[in-house]
Design a protein around this ligand. Sequence first.
Ligand SMILES: C[S@@+](CC[C@H](N)C(=O)[O-])C[C@H]1O[C@@H](n2cnc3c(N)ncnc32)[C@H](O)[C@@H]1O
Length: 207
Amino acid sequence: MIQFLSIAFRNMKTVGTICPSSPMLSRELAESAITATSPKRVLEVGPGTGPVTKEILKSLRDGDVLDIVELSTEFCTDLEAKVIGPWKAKGRPGQVTLHNAAIQDVPLEAGSYDCVVCGLPFNNFEHELVETIMLRLLDLLRPGGELSYFCYLGAKAMKSTVLDGPGRDNLRAIARLEDELHLAHSGTRRVVLANFPPAEVRRLRKP
Ligand SMILES: C[S@@+](CC[C@H](N)C(=O)[O-])C[C@H]1O[C@@H](n2cnc3c(N)ncnc32)[C@H](O)[C@@H]1O
């Protein structure tokens, strides 16, 4: 927790929160990865200290693949030392690879993942970057695969009160993009109150 806070305060724009996701939010985000039939290919983006990663790891079986992409070198070092390293040392099944990179830059195979689980703080980004990343994540899914991501309840409304005109326009553009993707990808939304702050998990299915 102290580690998370320390990295979060120095990287507020890319981390976007001061608390890791609660076990309830983590399980909800990871649900499609947990319930997918093996052999499965899962991509997690923005694991931070790994609360969602731990849920996905528990579901891995022989032949499964988990790719993890994290921008922060500090979070990668922590995740390798405390979550992935110990997990591999116990000889657990599945092939797990951690990429220290931005999801928009890392080479991954298009159309190959059954599930993409994304923890990025989209409301902190420019809407052009959100569009680039969202389209990339959908492109990485196989047809019928599912993308899950989250946002904090009321975050856009609260942020709007402290932003200037261009900042508010940016949030509106992100909301429009999310609505369009929701309609085009049989979107669903589920509220998770047991998190600080309460959050909503959004799911998109690739046609
Ligand atoms: C809100 S934190 C989520 C942490 C964790 N998933 C959780 O639920 O507690 C966002 C994470 O995304 C990472 N991140 C931000 N931009 C990224 C990018 N373009 N590519 C990959 N990771 C990114 C941050 O470094 C941070 O670890």
